[in-house]
Design a protein around this ligand. Structure first.
Ligand SMILES: [Zn+2]
Length: 411
């Protein structure tokens, strides 16, 4: 069998494994509120909260769609015309056209281009969030975060590009096999190791002062079978008024992290509900599930990319000889952009099911659905959430059930 046929076999096998994993491991059976239950829950939300959430959502819409559009159009322009190949060849010239220079410098230049076209939309979004009082960051802080984020992105990008093009260079016919394994490993690494390393770049953590709330959270975690070493407070108020908490670390390093905003805004009972939801994610191994599905998906994407590279007309259009060449980076980006757009709604659907299960866990663990509902209303009010977004946007973008659904489920 030729490498191409092996790739076809691998892609079919990965497709089957992904389907089986998604069907059996995603909590499809968690109750979804009916239309009547949702209508009843909507009546519980104060009119002011509904209006304000809708208004913010409408104000953000142009920048959301704008960045979505340029994030698709620019890669397509780079990949479906010879433009991307010309840029990579051009920036590689001072280095004698060496493939590694093309990969790293070309990659950096193209990443910066994508970053620059997205920048105005990010700035626009920041303006809106500031107008609504949701962001507390001045432009200096915003720019500093942007800089840190792109520095982290550049490091990861360089490792991924360097690794990928070393493989395509050394194993022109079989890179997809090693690449699939590598991509799966990168997903797992980014899911578990990366958050622990990157968290401190953006936030400072301090132990929660001893007191009844800290004891209560620790007791609740232990009762849930997941003892935590620490309860930490993140200085999120530096950038946002938004409320959140999460559980990070594994086993003995496991800790609860609570935003300082949440402690300031919400009474202890509601903090408990938020933390109980996060404990649900840990207990049901939702991060592991996301990493598993993501790893299989990434492996399949690499194999699919190789097979896409067998399409001669597409390569000619991009002005390249092989999809494994750094000059075809634009074409790879175009494929990644399209794949992201297509798979996004499916990933969000899975995410919403997992979130609904964590909500159910929170209500069961605290035994207090009224507190959970109060917490949802507070989150909607403080985070200025659209409590019941338009259906199409819900399907495309929502990673969580909307507020109305979560309230209805809690009832
Ligand atoms: Zn969650």
């Amino acid at each position: 069998m030729t490498p191409t046929w092996w790739a076809v076999v691998a892609l079919v096998a990965l497709g089957i494994v992904l389907t089986v994993a998604a069907v059996t491991l995603v909590p499809w059976r968690v109750h979804s509120p009916t239309r009547a239950e949702r209508a009843a829950a909507l009546a519980d939300v104060p009119a002011g909260v509904v209006t304000r959430g809708r208004a913010l959502h409408a104000a953000l819409r142009p920048s959301s769609y704008g960045s979505l559009l340029v994030g698709l159009v620019v890669p397509l322009l780079l990949g479906l015309t010879p433009a991307g190949a010309r840029i990579v060849v051009w920036v590689g010239q001072p280095f004698g056209g060496h493939w590694l220079a093309q990969a790293l410098v070309g990659g950096l230049v193209i990443m910066m281009m994508l970053w620059l076209v997205a920048l105005p939309f990010g700035a626009w979004r920041h303006t809106v969030l500031r107008d609504y009082g949701l962001s507390t960051q001045d432009w200096g802080g915003w720019a500093a975060d942007l800089f840190k984020g792109s520095a982290v992105g550049a490091v990861i990008g360089a490792v991924v590009l360097g690794g990928f093009y070393t493989l395509t260079h050394l194993a022109p016919d079989w890179w997809w096999a090693f690449g699939a394994v590598g991509a799966a490993a990168v997903v797992v690494l980014l899911s578990f190791v990366f958050p622990v390393l990157v968290e401190p770049v953006f936030n400072t953590f301090t132990p929660m002062p001893a007191g009844p709330l800290r004891d209560e959270l620790r007791t609740m975690a232990a009762r849930d079978g997941m003892p935590v070493r620490d309860v930490l407070v993140a200085d999120a108020s530096r950038r946002t008024t938004g409320l959140n908490a999460y559980v990070s670390g594994l086993g003995r390093t496991r800790r609860i992290v609570v935003y300082d905003t949440l402690l300031r805004e919400a009474p202890p009972g509601e903090v408990r509900s938020v933390v109980a939801h996060e404990l649900g994610h840990t207990k049901d191994r939702d991060a592991e599930l996301a990493a598993l599905l993501g790893a299989i998906g990434a492996a399949a994407a690499v194999v699919a990319l190789y097979l896409l590279g067998q399409w001669g007309a597409l390569l000619r259009r991009a002005g390249v000889n092989s999809i494994g060449s750094p000059t075809a980076m634009g074409l790879v980006l175009a494929a990644v952009a399209v794949a992201g757009l297509v798979s996004g709604p499916a990933q969000n659907l899975v995410s919403r099911r997992v979130e609904a299960r964590a909500d159910r866990h929170a209500v069961r663990l605290t035994g207090d659905s009224a507190e959970f509902a109060a917490m949802q209303l507070r989150l909607a009010e403080v985070n200025i959430t659209d409590v019941h977004p338009p259906r199409i946007e819900y399907l495309l973008f929502a990673t969580h059930p909307d507020t109305v659904e979560r309230l209805a489920a809690a009832r």
